[in-house]
Ligand binder design. Structure first.
Ligand code: FES
Length: 130
């Protein structure tokens, strides 16, 4: 059982390994991201976790980055070097961002399909309180 010291962690990456993302290369993406982190000796700064489905299968492969609050779409193993470089430089790979947290919710990027609303009435009610 692992117990990471997170004191110096700057980024937490949630890499989707649900079935749709897996069919699209999530395992290779996960390994490439982890290899890149190891190669650059960034283990103390970037933590990764595999997840099950994140509910945005049409965006496969999905990768979520916290605390910056970006959801990435269509990620492949080839994206790992530039993605890790972007994190360390305080940038993003803008062409792969599907959603960004703005303090109230996740704003969908242009060109990213909306997806279905889970509970439109609840969303309206919560939005009024923000
Ligand atoms: S399997 Fe990755 S979002 Fe559904």
């Amino acid at each position: 059982m692992a117990s990471w010291n997170l004191a110096n962690t700057q980024h937490h990456l949630l890499i989707c390994n649900g079935s749709s993302c897996k069919k699209e290369g999530a395992e290779e993406l996960t390994q490439s991201i982890r290899d890149e982190i190891m190669a650059k000796d960034l283990d103390s700064y970037i933590h990764t976790s595999r997840t099950l489905c994140n509910g945005r299968c049409q965006d496969k492969c999905v990768l979520i980055s916290y605390p910056d609050g970006h959801w990435y779409k269509e990620m492949t193993s080839d994206d790992a070097p530039r993605f890790i470089d972007s994190l360390m430089n305080g940038n993003t790979i803008a062409d792969r961002i599907s959603h960004t947290y703005n303090g109230k919710g996740f704003v969908r990027s242009e060109g990213t399909p909306a997806g279905k609303e889970k509970n439109a009435e609840l969303v309206k009610k919560v939005s009024k309180n923000l």
